[in-house]
Design a protein around this ligand. Structure first.
Ligand code: ZN
Length: 211
C-alpha cells in the first residue's frame, strides 16, 4: 500500500484536508485511525482539530515510539483500519517514517501524512525530508503569499516577532499564524520566495544596525 505526504505552508488547510479525507472513509462505513505527535501543543491532546473547529479523536505518540509496534498493537486489539492518517508529520523522526513505510507495506493499509515541508529558515524538517525520501506520492497543499497584493504561491513560513521578521532561534517553536497565535507577538506568515528573502534582507540590515 502507498505512503502519502501532503505538505504545505502554515495555514494551508492541511488539517482540514486530513479530516475531510478521513470523513470520506467513515462515510463509506470504513474505519480510520488518526495519529499525531505529542509535540503539537496547539490543540487539545487526543484530538486533531482544524482551525474552523472540526475535530476528531486521535492517538498521540512521542518521538521514541516505534510506530510499527504501536500499530501492530492496535491491530491485535481492534483490528486494522482501512486508512491511517498522521497530522503534523514534520515532527516525525526519520525512523518513524520508515516505521510507517513498513506499516503501509506489511499491514497493507494506506498511510497519509500531512505536514509542513520546511521550518522558518527554509530548512526541511526531519520528518518531511524522510517523507520525501520514502513516500510513494507527495502532493502540495497550496496557499498564497500573505504579503499584501502578492498572488504568488507561498513556499516558506516566515517567523515574526513584534511585527518584524526573525531568522534566528530554535527550529521547532510551536506557533500559529497572525491573529491566531496564543503569543500575539510571535507568529508565522506564509510567504513566496521573493517576499521571504526580502524579509531576510530586512532582518540582516536591522541586525547590522543594532550592532
Ligand atoms: Zn509574495
Amino acid at each position: 500500500m502507498k505512503l502519502y505526504f501532503r505538505y504545505g505552508c502554515m495555514d494551508s488547510s492541511k488539517t482540514l484536508r486530513l479530516l475531510a479525507d478521513a470523513n470520506e472513509y467513515t462515510e463509506r462505513g470504513e474505519q480510520v485511525l488518526l495519529l499525531k505527535p505529542e509535540i503539537d501543543s496547539r490543540s487539545e491532546q487526543g484530538f486533531i482539530e482544524s482551525r474552523i473547529g472540526l475535530k476528531a479523536p486521535c492517538i498521540t505518540f512521542n518521538e521514541k515510539d516505534d510506530l510499527l509496534n504501536l500499530l501492530l498493537a492496535v491491530k491485535e486489539k481492534v483490528g486494522i483500519p482501512q486508512c491511517i492518517l498522521v497530522d503534523e508529520a514534520q515532527f516525525l523522526k526519520a525512523l518513524q517514517v520508515v516505521n510507517l513505510r513498513m506499516v503501509a507495506d506489511r499491514l497493507g493499509v494506506p498511510v497519509m501524512c500531512y505536514g509542513l515541508k520546511s521550518d522558518f529558515q527554509g530548512n526541511m524538517f526531519e520528518g518531511s525530508k524522510a517523507l520525501f525520501e520514502h513516500a510513494n506520492r507527495v502532493e502540495e497543499v497550496k496557499t498564497i503569499c500573505r504579503e499584501k497584493g502578492c498572488k504568488k504561491k507561498a513556499m516558506y513560513n516566515g517567523r515574526f516577532k513584534n511585527g518584524l521578521p526573525v531568522f534566528d532561534g530554535d527550529s521547532v517553536r510551536i506557533g500559529d499564524t497572525e491573529g491566531r497565535a496564543e503569543d500575539s507577538d510571535f507568529y508565522y506568515v506564509p510567504k513566496c520566495s521573493v517576499h521571504f528573502f526580502q524579509d531576510l534582507l530586512d532582518y540582516e540590515k536591522r541586525r547590522k544596525g543594532e550592532n
